[in-house]
Structure formats: C-alpha cells, structure tokens
Design a protein around this ligand. Structure first.
Ligand code: PMP
Length: 358
C-alpha cells in the first residue's frame, strides 16, 4: 500500500493513472514511442490532445461558445496573462481578495492597469464577503476572484450575477472537484498539479467574445486568440502533462463524473471538519459556509506540538501535512485522488495524538 499523501500540489494522483502511464511509458498504444518522444503534430499526439479536450468539455459541461486551451505558465503566469489578454480596450479590472492567491493576482494585474478592490478580507482570510457588499466598478474589463484559496482554505460555493461584467476565476485548486457552471464566467483557469494531473500545463476556458481584447504587448505565445486559432499548438505544448491530464479525465468519467466525485469530496471534508470541530485540541478558523472541501488548514491549540504531530503523522505514512509557511499549522488537501481511507487514517491519528498529548 502507498502512503497517504495530503500535499496541496503537486498532489496525489489516482494510482490507476500512474499505473497506466507506467505501462505506456516505453510504447504508447503500439506506436513504439513514449508520449514524451512524439511530435506534437503527429496523429498520435493529436488524438491525445483532442480526446483530452473533448473529455474535459464533457466532464465540466463547457458550452460550445467557450474555448478550452492548454497553455503554460501556471496560475502565477495567468496573473499576468489574464490582464494582458483582457486590458486591450479598458485597462481596469475589479478584484475580490479572499486569500493569498487572489491577493497575488491583484498585485500582478496592477503592473498592466488599474486594479480596483471590489471586496477584500485581507487581515483575516476566513470568509467570503457577502455579494451585496462588493463595490463593483461600472467601467472594468472584468472581475477576478479565486474560487478556492489553497493556502487559506476558503472556497466559493456560489457566484454573483454581475450582468455584462465577466467574472474571471482562478479555479486551480478545486476545478473538477465539483460541478461548475462555466456559463457564469468569462474565463476559468487552473494549473494542473492538483485535480487535473501534473505540473506543466494550465487550462484556460475562455468565452469566445473575450478572445479579441488583448493588449498589443501580450506575447503571441500567451495570447488566447492565437492559441485558440492554433488548437493549443501555436508553440510546442507540454505534451506529457496533457497526456496525464487526459488519463485523469478518463479516470474521472469512470468514477461517475463530477456529481459523483463531489459526493465523495463532501464526505471526506465533513469527516475531517467534524473531527476538528469536536475537539478543542484542533482548530479551523474559516467560517463554516466558506470552508474549502479541498484544502483544510488546521492548527493545534498548543503549537509547540507541531513538530511532534508531523513526525507522528509521517511514521503512520500520512505525508505532507505541514501548513503553508505563510500561515503555519497544518493543512490537509483532499483532492479527488485522496480516498476516504486516507481521511479515516488521518482522523484516527489526530484523535490518538490528542488522547496522548492533551
Ligand atoms: N492559484 C492557486 C489557487 C494556487 O493554488 C496556485 C498554486 N498552489 C497558484 C495559483 C500558482 O500556481 P503555479 O505555482 O503553478 O503558478
């Protein structure tokens, strides 16, 4: 049995996907080549990327007036790539800052134009400000938010209707963990190294009418219109990462799709949050309605026990539970590939640690 891996990303992948990739490593489907060794323009890789794209469209129910792009640059790259693609006509965007990642997006966008803060919980990232409190400008190109804050454990369960103002969502750490109504957004993007696959590919889902708003300084390799016109092959795409994403999409379909995976994710998160809430030894600070199902930060009431907690966890094969350096404490990430057994093993350990140390 493999250890239980609670990494925030790059994160656990389904073992079936790793096994399939291993079995196809030297010879993909009788081609005599590893996927790493194939031309991205050959018919073998073309079938891999087309199938991955079609499966993602089906899983998320992406409407036909949206393009799915496989790009590079990661979530941090998108912090610059989004404004460069959308500031062509109007150099201003609104930002909702609910955690460390949306804060970074806001700061980076200000290098390209005006970044108006529509709402912020900076100082204490523990909630989503009520939609009615958002001060949205009337002259912005878009509003940016991070739909799941990986570090702070704050997740949107719903989104406001902002009329003509497109919402751009960084969904890096919860995309594919639950159904998402893409039609409520102008752009949804996410790095792959959590629920999609391995680091190296970033997925951008963009509504067609937003493809012609790029700034002239936007590098061609990052311009969505150019990438879309070239079926994500304007430059050499991260082929192996796209192949792994394709295997994950097939795996997700075999699990019953996003509604089925969401039920499991709710079960996993409920088990962990209940364990935390039923104890005064552990603490999660996020308002219940905004708690992330994917990333559960928690603190020991006595922080001098942190190292002992982590050492005991490691001895029980519970890996990568240390919280992000900016917030400290612990964090358990419960992405799709983390099974309920892993969460049972974690909560059993947490209860045992509490009994022996409290
Ligand atoms: N946004 C979110 C929500 C993330 O979780 C991360 C990575 N943890 C990023 C952006 C940045 O991703 P990358 O390091 O791949 O650029």
């Amino acid at each position: 049995m493999r250890p239980f891996n609670f990494s925030a990303g790059p994160a656990a992948l389904p073992v079936e996907v790793l096994q399939q990739a291993a079995s196809e490593m030297l010879d993909w489907h009788g081609s005599g080549m590893s996927v790493m060794e194939m031309s991205h323009r050959g018919h073998e890789f073309t079938s891999i990327i087309e199938t991955a794209q079609a499966d993602l469209r089906e899983l998320l129910g992406v409407p036909s007036n949206y393009k799915i792009l496989f790009v590079q640059g990661g979530g941090i790259g998108e912090n610059a790539i989004v404004p460069m693609n959308l500031f062509g006509r109007c150099r201003k965007a609104d930002f909702v800052v609910t955690g460390s990642w949306s804060d970074k997006s806001h700061k980076e966008a200000k290098r390209y134009g005006e970044g108006h803060l529509a709402a912020s919980t900076k100082g204490s990232f523990t909630r989503i400000p009520a939609f009615g409190e958002w001060q949205v400008s009337s002259d912005s190109a878009y509003l940016h938010l991070c739909s799941n804050e990986t570090i702070d454990g704050v997740e949107f369960n719903d989104f406001p209707d902002l009329g003509d103002l497109p919402i751009v969502a960084d969904a890096s750490s919860h995309i594919l963990s639950r159904p998402l109504d893409v039609s409520r957004f102008g752009v949804v993007y996410g790095g792959a190294q959590k629920n999609i696959g391995m680091a190296g590919v970033t997925i951008v889902i963009v509504r067609d009418d937003l493809l012609d708003q790029a700034m002239s300084i936007c590098p061609s390799a990052f311009e969505w219109k150019t990438i879309a016109a070239n079926d994500s092959m304007f430059n050499t795409p991260p082929t192996y990462a796209i192949y792994i994403a394709g295997l994950v999409f097939k795996w997700l379909k075999a699990q019953g799709g996003l509604a089925a995976i969401e039920r499991r994710n709710i079960e996993k998160a409920t088990l962990l949050y209940e364990t935390i809430d039923n104890s005064s030894f552990y603490l999660n600070k996020v308002e219940r309605s905004a708690r992330s199902r994917m990333n559960v930060p928690f603190f020991l009431a006595d922080e001098t026990l942190n190292d002992a907690f982590l050492a005991g966890a490691k001895a029980r094969q519970l890996l990568q539970l240390k919280g992000h350096k900016s917030v400290g404490g612990m964090r358990a990430s419960l992405y799709n590939a983390v099974q309920i057994d892993a969460v049972h093993a974690l909560v059993d350990y947490m209860k045992e640690f509490e009994r022996t140390r409290a």
